[in-house]
Design a protein around this ligand. Structure first.
Ligand SMILES: Nc1ncnc2c1ncn2[C@@H]1O[C@H](COP(=O)(O)OP(=O)(O)OP(=O)(O)O)[C@@H](O)[C@H]1O
Length: 277
């Protein structure tokens, strides 16, 4: 099978500092993949390069067998940005946000047709946020905002959707709902790449993971890739991996845990030491 997206020898950076150098990655049609790595490891930079939002220093990005022009947004690639990076005071309703994805696709007519509105309504309803269609986007919960932005990405009928940290600001229940929704869309044929540092939700919900830290460390199914050695190499911290049948659970290793407790809860540690003395 031909990859839908291929990254060849890609180098990106800011000012004089490279973030990653000569990385290679292939994504195949229908893949649901997680880009996993610590904060500042370059996940957003890689996504922005694919989306044409930054200009790579070197290398090539191929989409559906065609080389993309550096710094130019490819059509048919939907994007859901990190919710923290969006200006929620912008005075638009949820439905208007979705419609923006339609204009980006058409690029010609800056007004909404009735079919545009119908498509936006269908998606808001499919994603469970039709009831907030006419509310200002800034007044919605983080989970609702995320779904509205997912609807905006989907309304252009993309072949692939890229989501930057979709699980970062929501609670566990909202995260699971979103990941289930993405799995359903993937079942219908959508290729999805999302970034996260939440290892456990990725291990549970995603069939393919790419461990990333200023370069690709390992990729494959979570059960094969999430080993203590690879996780330590990716996150620079000791981690323990528990296996139960075909499920895995990842936790900070004891050394890391002790270090965190010392930093965050010195009084408790002190007390328990006194008790044990
Ligand atoms: N516009 C910018 N100008 C200068 N440096 C930047 C810029 N954007 C990101 N960086 C730097 O590039 C490096 C990679 O950042 P990036 O946002 O890609 O990481 P990330 O893995 O997505 O992190 P997070 O999970 O926190 O979003 C970091 O050192 C960051 O400070």
């Amino acid at each position: 099978m031909e990859p839908i997206l291929e990254i060849k020898n890609l180098t990106c950076g800011y000012q004089q500092e490279p973030v990653f150098t000569k990385i290679n990655l292939k994504l195949y049609p229908g893949q649901l993949s997680g880009l996993v790595g610590p904060s500042g490891s370059g996940k957003s930079t890689l996504m922005k390069a694919i989306l044409g939002l930054i200009r790579p220093w070197g290398g090539e990005i191929w989409f559906r067998g065609k080389k993309l022009n550096p710094g130019v947004a490819p059509l048919k690639v939907g994007y859901v940005p990190q919710v923290e990076t969006v200006d929620w005071n912008f005075p638009v309703t949820a439905e208007e946000v979705v419609m923006m994805g339609r204009y980006q696709r058409k690029q010609l007519l800056p007004w909404a047709s009735s079919s545009d509105r119908a498509a936006a309504k269908r998606l808001l309803s499919r994603l469970g946020v039709a009831n907030v269609a006419h509310q200002p986007i800034g007044e919605l919960s983080g989970g609702q905002q995320q779904r509205v932005f997912l609807a905006r990405a989907l309304v252009g009928q993309p072949d692939i959707v890229i989501l930057d940290e979709p699980t970062s600001s929501s609670d566990l229940h909202v995260q699971h709902e979103l990941l289930h929704l993405l799995a359903d869309l993937n079942q219908e044929g959508l290729t999805i790449l999302l970034s996260t540092h939440d290892l456990n939700s990725v291990a549970t919900h995603l069939p393919w993971v790419v461990c990333f830290n200023h370069g690709i460390i390992s990729q494959g199914q979570p059960i094969d890739v999430f080993t203590p050695a690879t996780l330590e190499q990716t996150f620079g911290a000791e981690m323990v991996v528990f296996h139960q049948e075909d499920r895995i659970l990842i936790a900070s290793g004891m050394t890391t845990l002790r270090h965190q407790m010392k930093r965050n809860l010195p009084h408790i540690l002190h007390k328990s030491k006194a008790v044990s003395d």
